[in-house]
Design a protein. Structure first.
Length: 395
């Protein structure tokens, strides 16, 4: 009963998180485009920076942006904030359900670091808060006047963080937590800086005072960081479905490449939305393609690979010892009432049907068994891999 309850709570949390993220990322992309689409044809009123016309759903829309704020504040002012807040809150719920509740299998890998459940959960939660505090301090440092240098430091810090997580949590959790820290930074930017600064600007205008220009500069810096981190954080959040990525022994290198790819692609969209032409708009996609090829090539290199000969009987014994307790029509594992994902290894035909997935989950990565609960060895993984690559022949 607990397993069913856990799965349904996880499904609802994931559903809510995806819906909230669509709202936040969608509105973020739209406003970035809207800001870049603004034009001034010489007929705009004083104080208006530009306007944008669009058509959607059979209607025409005219949007104007003021240099600072209108002379008179409107009766109704729409704020875009709950998209960010709900995305982070539902993400935290998912983290709690999937990684804290299921810490033994998802969060902890005792071959990496022998943590208790409470230690792992505290380390997980603390990393989010510490990540935000360090980032916030960085944005308030002397680098705030050198945006490019600051972003370079931020990039290096995220890569270092990914490397550090790889020495604390399971490979899957290390990637997820890198993304979670980035998401916390992005949501924190909205909650602690962007919205409060906008409120201060509105309050100053309402009182007939000139708003402090530093408020806009601070919000713009944080907004720019959010803009360039959006695509990488999505990749990291969906990575738990792809052990070929998170399962690499040096997966922090792959994260470094994903950060660079996401930034290059995001830069192309930013410039394209501004109608930029020529060389400034020519390097991003080729660079992203080269980096992606490098990413795939690096992921194929396995420095810890162990050579093994084809031994079908031993390979099937590995499946029986380390896989079949969960992946069976009638699982022997206490936490499962049915085979996870409906995948069972009761017959040779079922093993052959899942050969690619077995290779990815248990040979090319250490994603399975969860938390290395059965203590599978590198030699056993190699034996299993040799058998699967040969087509899983009968003994």
């Amino acid at each position: 009963m607990e397993a069913i309850f856990h799965d349904w709570i996880g499904l609802v949390a994931r559903w809510a998180h995806i819906v909230a993220a669509i709202g936040w990322i969608g509105s973020s992309f739209y406003f970035m485009w809207l800001d870049h689409s603004l034009r001034d044809d010489g007929t705009l009123p004083k104080g208006v920076k530009g306007e944008s016309w669009s058509v959607h759903g059979g209607g025409f829309y005219q949007v104007r942006k003021f240099q600072v704020a209108p002379e008179r504040m409107p009766a109704v002012l729409h704020w875009f904030k709950w998209e960010a807040y709900s995305t982070w809150l539902t993400g935290l719920l998912m983290l709690a359900v999937v990684y804290w509740w299921g810490a033994e299998g998802m969060l902890i890998d005792r071959t990496v670091l022998d943590l208790s459940v409470s230690q792992a959960v505290v380390a997980s939660a603390a990393s989010l808060g510490l990540g935000w505090l360090l980032y916030d301090r960085l944005c308030k440092s002397g680098l705030r006047d050198s945006p490019v240098a600051m972003f370079a430091v931020l990039y290096a810090a995220i890569v270092l963080l990914a490397w550090g997580f790889g020495h604390v949590f399971s490979a899957r959790a290390a990637w997820l937590h890198t993304g979670a820290v980035i998401a916390t930074i992005m949501s924190g930017n909205v909650f602690f800086t962007i919205i409060p600064n906008q409120r201060k600007t509105v309050a100053a205008m309402t009182a007939g005072e000139a708003p402090d220009p530093r408020l806009g500069a601070e919000a713009k810096l944080r907004s720019t960081h959010n803009n360039y981190l959006t695509l990488p954080v999505i990749a990291l959040m969906i990575s738990n479905h792809y052990p070929v990525a998170f399962g690499h022994p040096h997966s922090w290198v792959l994260i470094a490449l994903i950060l660079a790819i996401g930034a290059a692609v995001r830069n192309w969209f930013n410039l394209h939305d501004q109608d930029v032409k020529g060389p400034r708009l020519a390097w991003q996609w080729p660079t992203a393609a080269v980096l992606f090829v490098a990413l795939m090539g690096f992921s194929a290199w396995r420095p810890d690979a162990v050579a093994a000969t084809l031994e079908p009987a031993r390979a099937m014994a590995v499946v029986e010892a380390h896989c079949a307790a969960c992946h069976a029509a009638s699982p022997r594992h206490a936490d499962f009432v049915e085979a996870p994902g409906g995948v069972a290894f009761d017959t040779l035909e079922e093993m052959r049907a899942q050969a690619d997935a077995m290779l990815a989950q248990a040979v090319l990565s250490k994603a399975m068994p969860l938390g290395d609960e059965t203590g599978i060895t590198a030699e056993e993984r190699a034996i299993l891999g040799a058998w699967l690559r040969a087509g899983a022949p009968a003994p």
